[in-house]
Design a protein around this ligand. Structure first.
Ligand code: ADP
Ligand code: MG
Length: 259
């Protein structure tokens, strides 16, 4: 790995009432890559995302962010909104778009951040802001739908709108927890192609179970199992690993195992 780290997860341990959800986890994430965290249910994937964005406080260890412009930021101990301000966005599994607002109005809400809904949608964008938003909508293939109500979009399009809303503030890292959940194969594939475009400007951290999706776009894969890093490597290395086969892939991945 070249040394172009954007994130360093160092010795992270998380205990919930004596139960160890993460156990001395060490991972580096490289800038402008798509980095997957995979593993069986309960492996600690969501907890790890919660640690990075400081929603959860670790029992020990710390996460560090390296700005593109230089400078190291210790994320652990910071307020959540300050981490967003540093350029680290997080998309949760449940879509949280405003269904009664148009695609464009939803984007304007992200632009104005903490302002009220009315103030945000009445705001007159600068030409530059509008150009930037149009470019993002083009990336997620929603430019033609920009005046449609978000509620009328298909499930996949709503997910893409949410990703687009994350990009408005030009983050350095976006984190997606199961972005392809509930999507069919064509939509999942298209999500992958969208994320490949996004990684040119941004690092993408993804938790997902669909192994075809992982194969399609992963630059790096960390397999978590019972709160520990089981294996880390390229997609091919991880797929070929015997322990990964035994604890995870042999069961066809979590989603298949559950269905
Ligand atoms: N707030 C919490 N309190 C207690 N236990 C939790 C909490 N959050 C997660 N856990 C436990 O930690 C483990 C890891 O959970 P999670 O990170 O959600 O796993 P994954 O996303 O890999 O399925 C699970 O056993 C889960 O029950
Ligand atoms: Mg989870």
């Amino acid at each position: 790995m070249s040394d172009n780290k954007v994130l360093k997860i160092k010795d992270i341990t998380v205990e919930f009432d004596g139960f160890c959800a993460l156990n001395k986890v060490n991972v580096n994430v490289e800038r402008n890559t798509i980095h997957f965290f995979i593993g069986p249910n309960g492996a600690g994937k969501t907890t790890l995302l919660d640690i990075i964005c400081a929603k959860t406080k670790p029992t020990s260890g710390a996460c560090f962010f390296f700005r593109k412009t230089g400078g190291e930021v210790k994320l652990t101990g910071m307020r959540e909104y300050k981490i967003v301000g540093e350029g680290i966005g997080r998309k949760f599994q449940v879509p949280s778009v405003f269904v009664n607002l148009t695609v464009m109005e939803n984007m304007m809400l992200s632009l104005k951040g903490n302002k009220g809904v009315l103030e945000s949608i009445l705001y007159r964008m600068t030409a530059e802001e509008e150009k930037s938003i149009n470019k993002i909508l083009e990336t997620v293939d929603l430019l033609d739908q920009k005046n449609e109500k978000a509620g009328s979009l298909a499930h996949g399009q709503k997910q893409w709108l949410e990703i687009a809303m994350q990009l408005v503030q030009k983050p350095e890292i976006i984190m997606l927890d199961e972005p392809a959940a509930g999507m069919g194969k064509p939509e999942t594939f298209k999500t992958g192609e969208i994320l490949k475009k996004i990684k040119r400007d941004c690092t993408v951290i993804v938790v997902e179970h669909d192994m075809d999706f992982v194969k399609q776009i992963a630059d790096r894969v960390t397999v978590l199992h019972e709160g520990k890093v089981l294996v880390e490597g390229s997609c091919l290395e991880v797929l070929a690993d015997e322990t990964v086969q035994a604890v995870y892939l042999g069961r066809g991945g979590e989603r298949n195992a559950e269905n």
